[in-house]
Design a protein around this ligand. Structure first.
Ligand SMILES: CC(C)(COP(=O)(O)OP(=O)(O)OC[C@H]1O[C@@H](n2cnc3c(N)ncnc32)[C@H](O)[C@@H]1OP(=O)(O)O)[C@@H](O)C(=O)NCCC(=O)NCCS
Length: 200
């Protein structure tokens, strides 16, 4: 999957240099969205600490950017021993004004592919029973996802990834890394060269 252009935004893999954008995205989530995302009420402090721990070696995060601002994220991390241990955990967040445009679908598609490519055969998603949006989103992947009977945890039994899929994700990662570096360079450059006031 290459960089997707969705409603004027771009989706790509995140790198440690994207931490500030990821943290700001989480902090913009309203109380209800935070509750749905983390299955509990969370404070700003919790989110700041959480974001700091999100770029571990086994973590895969995709972000959706509009005009350079992150408006959505899909996260994948291993349960217990890391992503190659057989099971992984996924989570999604899309800011209110960018919902129902297919962003969640694109994020879930990438996370499912990344989980398969790492040999994860089970994908868990915390999902409150009342979270109709996440359940509706998951239904779009019914061919790939199997749900636990209690409806609280999504469970994916993945097929063996094909060589094409590995190659495609590698290409996507390489190009998103280059984009992240350009974004970082732009931020550093604009910090060092603050815009001069326009002469009257
Ligand atoms: C769940 C969430 C990620 C969906 O993101 P999204 O960008 O709106 O998803 P999409 O636009 O791709 O929608 C995909 C499908 O999900 C279903 N869906 C999305 N929002 C819905 C809602 N409010 N009610 C019912 N179904 C909904 C629909 O079937 C939709 O397809 P459609 O628009 O063709 O009808 C977003 O609502 C969100 O961030 N919620 C708060 C955090 C959260 O609950 N995270 C999940 C737990 S980790």
């Amino acid at each position: 999957m290459d960089h997707a252009n969705i409603h004027g935004g771009v989706m790509r893999r995140l790198w440690p240099s994207d931490l500030p954008a990821f943290r700001e995205h989480l902090l913009r989530l309203d109380p209800q969205s935070r509750n749905d995302r983390f299955a509990m009420a969370v404070t700003d402090e919790f989110l700041i600490n959480y974001a700091d721990r999100c770029f571990g070696i086994d973590d895969v995060i995709y972000g959706y950017f509009v005009d350079g601002v992150m408006r959505g994220a899909g996260e994948l991390r291993g349960v217990g021993l890391g992503l190659n241990s057989g099971s992984a955990e996924a989570a999604f967040s899309v800011e209110q004004d960018w919902r129902r445009r297919g962003v969640g679908t694109e994020l879930l598609g990438r996370i499912v592919q990344a989980a398969r490519n790492r040999g994860a055969d089970t994908l868990y998603m915390s999902c409150l029973a009342r979270n109709k949006a996440m359940q509706g989103l998951a239904k779009k992947f019914e061919a790939d996802l199997q749900f636990d009977a209690d409806d609280l945890t999504g469970k994916l039994v993945a097929r063996t990834p094909s060589a094409t899929r590995y190659w495609q994700e590698w290409l996507d990662d390489a190009s998103s890394f280059a984009t992240a570096m350009v974004d970082l360079h732009t931020r550093v450059f604009s910090l060092r060269n603050p815009a001069q006031p326009t002469p009257r």
